[in-house]
Design a protein. Structure first.
Length: 551
């Protein structure tokens, strides 16, 4: 019998960061995933793997597979192109498209843990906003505002005043007093006298708000973070991870855990979990320090004759064994949008073979990362407006046939992000799906895909590009503030990250750190000597044990 201190089920980014932290802290970790790949719901997949992923979850034949039942509930609608593509394995398609703020919890975790050396990153070239059939660059700094000729002098002064305010410690300012919960768009109009078009750009393309009712304080904090991140690695505040981003980063943390002694088992289901009666002795060698000869759980895996024993189990919610859960498990809270009744996200993945171009900007210098040198972005053609990596934001009601209540975010990645072969680009489109939303992902997102395809046309008479491959799907979001009733303190369920493009990776890093400290607290009850004076993968000035992680 193989005995470890902690068994972690699922190789999503939250679980992978936690596994690396526990392994480097001196605990023996067994990391298990039923999938044959790393990343779970944040995985990076080839085209063929994505087709298989979609087929398995939409087949409806899940009577004897609890994991696939949970996956079908999380992804209730999936449709994909019937045909695959040549060079399928040269694509790295993300199930969790994301951009990385250049200053934040994830970057700190990547650097301090050493995972940064296992991956590659490039600057996000552009952030644009869709207006009147065109995409215009978003001024992301004071320099961009000065150089922009589309903004009047009066509006520039108002916008500059706001940017100075947003970069400051504004929490106790008179401008914000009593207005933290006011819708952000209203705050911009009333407090800084910004016109509707500028307020829309700030709310949806700088703060990445998804609805007009988002409160002011969290939106301001996001903008402050992004303003301070600009200039760290280049003119853009955001990075794009190579090979699909989140899934590749998760694999990097798993590699760190393995180097520190972690055991990895992929493609195997958990067949049974048994709770060992108290005071039952198990003949094992302790991992370190004083002998640990009593283990609380034994875990049986598919097609493996030898069982695993452990004292703490950490699991993603869709892999949590039913034997450990007296009541139906639910996800943890989804903060930052307290005024919304969320149900899910609608998503589209499309592959095209024509480059996208923004409208010719009146700015002499682009403000979203187009000044990268050749070593950082060797595939740029920004002199002609063509882009390799970009985010395009559609504010509510900006597109005929589109959503009038929610903004839609699109991300474009190409060869420069190591996610496609030469001459191909991946488009990711995501839209918040509220309670009243009706229609399939195709009907809701097709107008946005058509609008983006229209940006590939260089001659007005030419027809828009046709996608080579598409996948549409819906993703159910976690329930807000729902506890895991009845779980033993030694069973921990990893919280779900926020699903939004600019927040998912930082929120994942924060939640992984909180999960690590909860695991340490659980291990203390088993008298592990390592829990005293442990070293973590995080900088010493970040969270300390006992801090509130749910804020």
């Amino acid at each position: 019998m193989e005995c470890v201190d902690v068994i972690i089920l699922g190789t999503g980014l939250t679980e992978s960061i936690t596994a690396a932290a526990l392994s480097k802290a001196g605990f023996k970790v067994a990391h298990i995933d039923v999938n044959p790949y790393y990343g779970s719901n944040e995985a990076s997949l080839s085209v063929d793997e994505l087709v298989q992923w979609a087929t398995e979850r939409s087949s409806g034949d899940h009577d004897h597979d609890a994991y696939m039942q949970a996956q079908a509930a999380t992804f209730p609608y999936i449709s994909t192109s019937a045909s695959t593509l040549p060079q399928s394995r040269q694509y790295a398609i993300s199930l969790a498209p994301s951009i990385i703020p250049s200053i934040g919890p994830l970057i700190s975790s990547l650097i301090s843990s050493g995972v940064a050396r296992y991956g590659g990153y490039r600057l996000l070239e552009r952030v644009g906003i869709y207006e009147s059939g065109k995409v215009r660059d978003v001024p992301g700094s004071k320099e961009d505002v000065f150089k922009n000729k589309d903004i009047s002098l009066v509006d520039k002064r108002r916008l500059m005043r706001f940017l100075v305010f947003a970069a400051s410690e504004f929490e106790d300012s008179k401008e914000l007093a009593g207005k933290g919960d006011v819708p952000f768009v209203e705050f911009l109009r009333a407090t800084f006298s910004l016109k509707d078009n500028l307020a829309s750009v700030i709310a949806y393309a700088l703060a990445f708000c998804v609805v007009a009712s988002e409160p002011t304080l969290p939106a301001l904090r996001r903008i402050r973070s992004y303003l301070r991140a600009g200039g760290r690695y280049g003119s853009s505040p955001f990075l794009v991870g190579h090979y699909g981003g989140a899934g590749e980063i998760a694999q990097g943390f798993c590699r760190v855990a393995a180097v520190a002694g972690g055991i990895y088992i992929l493609g195997k289901r958990v067949m049974a979990v048994q709770t060992v009666p108290p005071n039952t002795s198990v003949d094992v060698q302790p991992t370190s320090g004083e002998p640990i000869t009593s283990f609380k759980y034994t875990v049986e895996l598919e097609d493996l004759p030898e069982k695993l024993s452990c004292n703490v189990i950490i699991s993603s919610s869709d892999l949590l064994p039913p034997e450990l859960c007296p009541s139906a498990p639910t996800h943890v809270e989804l903060p930052s949008l307290p005024v919304l009744d969320l149900t899910g996200m609608l998503r589209c993945i499309a592959i095209i073979d024509s480059p996208i171009s923004f409208a010719v900007s009146s700015q002499t210098t682009q403000g979203s990362g187009s000044k990268e040198d050749s070593s950082t972005s060797p595939h740029d053609d920004n002199s002609h407006g063509k882009i390799d990596t970009a985010v395009i934001v559609f504010p509510p009601a900006s597109l005929p046939g589109g959503s009038v209540t929610s903004s839609v975010q699109a991300m474009v990645t190409g060869e420069g992000s190591m996610s496609t072969p030469s001459g191909k680009w991946i488009i990711y489109i995501s839209m918040l799906c509220c309670v009243e939303t009706t229609g399939t992902p195709e009907t809701m997102l097709h107008p946005y895909l058509e609008a983006i395809l229209g940006l590939t046309v260089s001659v007005p008479a030419d027809p828009p590009s046709t996608p080579l491959f598409t996948t549409y799907y819906s993703q159910v979001l976690p329930a807000a503030n729902a506890p895991h009733d009845g779980l033993d303190p030694s069973v921990l369920v990893s919280p779900s990250p926020q699903p939004f493009l600019s927040e998912i990776l930082d929120s994942t890093a924060d939640k992984a750190e909180a999960l690590f400290w909860k695991a340490i607290s659980a291990l203390k009850s088993f008298h592990y000597p390592q829990v005293d004076g442990i070293e973590t993968i995080w900088p010493s000035d970040t969270v300390q044990e006992g801090e509130d992680q749910d804020e």
